[in-house]
Design a binder for this molecule. Structure first.
Ligand code: PLP
Length: 364
């Protein structure tokens, strides 16, 4: 019997996520020195983690032989204080990507529908397909989530709606007022997953906690991978009603989040100064990139996140020529935007190098 005959059919048709290439892979493939390569492809923090988070991670290795606290008690208590919610309203994930999958475990059955924007974060669609559910993709308007159109796409089969704001890969955001109104108008049978992966880059991020207090079916997802600079440790969290949080906690692995990540995340929350510094550096870096790209005559999508889209023509060629010069960015063909690249905001020097290299590559 063929192996395929045994496999859950949604696995056979499951598309594969294409991550930004690691520096070491690019160095090996192109014969470059890894130390000279810059990666502006995965929206990581170019300033690394807070020194306090790094010290906490190293300290945590002193007890590397022990299983982590499966309940993430200390981290949830710290988050409860941060947000003015109860510890029981939190679920910690192996990155917020895991939380997106947990939503699938809890809510999705074959034939269910999941509403999402297009383009939007690729993982929503992957998780939807994995559970045999149907992605219902709603085009953006002006590069921004069209909340009215998302609401209009809801049917009796809809279980989940994913809205990231700022959205990846566009870098655009929706306002707090429109998000609150949107959520309050959703029917009772729909769970609203609000993905706040880039919220810390906003001066005034939307606060959807009123929806939780009103006992609406909403879960907000956050991550330590972006502004906190801890992508390698894989820690994300969700906050929701205690009921929704406990359902998500029920379907996760007992030790889904490692102890090094838990300790680093707590220390990262304690270093608000570092977060504020990264936020203001990012704002300056966005201006630097937008100004430089405009000077090259290129169109960009105005971004409030730590990355931006730029239209370069033949995206595949420019991506590959940049990579040969040791600058890794993200081609947007997988998102149906073959003429565009997504560039993560780097340090001032990295941004300068990107602009200089891009100018050279575009000259041919
Ligand atoms: C990067 C990102 C995440 C975070 O992923 P982790 O698993 O926490 O590293 C979640 N949502 C969006 C939209 C992202 O871009």
């Amino acid at each position: 019997m063929k192996l395929e005959a045994l496999v859950n059919s949604s696995v056979l048709t499951q598309p594969v996520y294409e991550p930004g290439k690691p520096i070491e892979d690019v160095a090996r493939e192109l014969g470059l020195d890894a130390a000279t390569i810059i990666k502006l492809a995965s929206n990581e923090n170019p300033f690394g983690p807070s020194p306090r988070a790094k010290a906490a991670a190293i300290r945590a290795m002193d007890q590397g032989e022990l299983y982590p606290d499966g309940g993430c008690v200390a981290l949830r208590a710290r988050l409860a204080k941060e947000w003015g919610l109860d510890a029981g309203q939190f679920v910690i994930g192996n990155g917020s990507n895991e939380l997106i999958e947990l939503l699938g475990h809890v809510f999705l059955r074959p034939g269910d529908e999941v509403v999402m924007g297009n383009p939007s974060f690729a993982v929503y669609k992957l998780v939807t397909l994995l559970f045999g559910a149907k992605p219902v993709e709603v085009p953006l308007v002006n590069y921004t989530h069209d909340l009215a159109a998302l609401a209009a796409a809801v049917t009796s089969k809809t279980k989940l709606i994913f809205v990231p704001s700022p959205n990846n890969p566009m870098g655009t955001a929706n306002t707090e007022a429109e998000l609150l109104a949107f959520a309050r108008n959703l029917p009772e049978h729909v769970v609203f997953a609000f993905d706040e992966a880039y919220a810390e880059f906003l001066e005034n991020p939307p606060d959807l906690r009123p929806l939780i207090r009103e006992r609406r079916k909403v879960v907000c997802l956050r991550t330590f991978s972006k502004i906190y600079g801890l992508a390698s440790l894989r820690v994300g969290y969700g906050y929701a009603s205690a009921g929704l949080a406990s359902l998500l906690n029920r379907v996760r692995q007992p030790f889904n989040v490692n102890a090094i990540g838990q300790s680093a995340a707590i220390a990262a929350l304690d270093d608000g100064e570092f977060v504020a510094k990264c936020r203001s550096e990012n704002r300056a870096g966005l201006v630097q990139l937008e100004t430089g790209l405009r000077a090259l005559g290129l169109e960009t999508v105005p971004s409030v996140a730590n990355f931006l889209l730029v239209k370069v023509g033949d995206g595949a060629r420019v991506f590959s020529d940049l990579q040969k010069q040791g600058v890794i960015v993200r081609p947007m063909r997988p998102y149906g935007m073959a003429e565009w690249l997504r560039i993560t905001v780097g340090t001032p020097a990295q941004n300068e190098r990107l602009l200089r290299t891009l100018a050279k590559v575009l000259r041919g």
